[in-house]
Design a protein around this ligand. Structure first.
Ligand SMILES: [Fe+2]
Length: 296
């Protein structure tokens, strides 16, 4: 039986029905999901039966998975854990704890792993414990934003390269978010500012909170351009807000969207989301010699 596809926003995002990603899936069904992913950028699945093992198995069908870095509580695994619950005790982490301060960086519009030399293809976020209110994840279509740019702006972006850094973006939130050991494994990366989808040729702006400055431009000038692009791309007309239900899985294309977390009451409510991240295949531009290519 074929999957169903229901558009959730006039420009992107679709709800996929009649499939459980926690169950074994034939190649024809996965090919339909992959085609929907290339077309709609964000896919929403309800009532999924994923556990950690099944999520890894399904995610791997998109490609090899990234491994969480030292900054995440699930470091060394294939999961980036988004939660206010201590990974060992299951109790609520106090808001002033570094682990919660670190997660505040997720309130900024970003593309996962854009600070890596080979940035990610997509992320899969599975809702395991959902708070009764708040905690939506919002998505912005960088393809729709690109299409709406004035022609002269499109021309100016061609060939531009930005430096992306997790240290930069986290330090705009707090200088306490990362330890020196965490910073040491985060050299940053260079990225094209326009990305082209290899299947359908659609172009997308590639920026977000990790983008620090533009190579070859004065730092403040490049930063102002990035800020302008981020503000332009995240206008409400390009955005979809996902209100999570238990059992939801959302997959998003990090090449063509930005996303951000939104607040919830982290003292009164529990939230646990498990993210797997599928690695990309190539750098978007040649990297400067001082960066090591990530092996993840
Ligand atoms: Fe993220």
């Amino acid at each position: 039986m074929a999957i169903t596809i229901k558009q959730l926003h006039p420009l992107f995002c679709a709800e996929i029905g009649r499939v459980d990603t926690g169950e074994p899936m034939d190649d024809a069904t996965f090919a339909e999901i992959q085609a929907a992913f290339e077309e709609h950028s964000v896919l929403v699945f309800h009532d999924q039966t994923l556990d950690d093992e099944k999520q890894i198995a399904f995610s791997r069908r998109f490609g090899p998975l990234e491994t969480a870095g030292k900054a995440n509580p699930a470091a060394g695994t294939h999961f980036a854990r988004q939660s206010n619950l201590d990974i060992r005790t299951g109790t609520v982490i106090p808001p002033e704890d570094r682990r919660m301060v670190y997660q505040k960086g997720n309130y900024l519009w970003h593309s996962d792993s854009s600070f890596k030399a080979v940035p990610s293809l997509c992320s899969l976020l599975s809702a395991r414990v959902v708070p009764p209110e708040g905690g939506n994840t919002e998505f912005a279509s960088m393809r729709a934003a690109y299409d709406a740019l004035p022609d002269d702006r499109k021309r100016k972006l061609e060939g531009l390269v930005a430096e992306h850094s997790l240290v930069y973006s986290r330090e705009t939130v707090s200088t306490e978010a990362l330890t020196p050991e965490m910073k040491a494994e985060l050299p940053g990366a260079w990225q094209a500012m326009v990305r082209v989808n290899p299947v359908n040729g659609r172009k997308a702006v590639y920026a977000g909170a990790h983008a620090s400055h533009v190579i070859g431009s004065p730092r403040q000038e490049g930063r102002a351009l990035i800020q302008w692009l981020n503000d332009f791309a995240t206008q409400p007309r390009f955005c979809y807000s996902h209100a999570w239900l238990d059992g939801d899985l959302v997959i998003w294309d990090n090449r063509a969207t930005l996303h951000r977390a939104t607040a919830y009451d982290t003292v009164r409510h529990k939230r646990l989301m498990q993210r797997t991240t599928v690695g990309g295949d190539l750098p978007t531009v040649k990297q400067p010699e001082r960066y090591e290519l990530a092996e993840e």
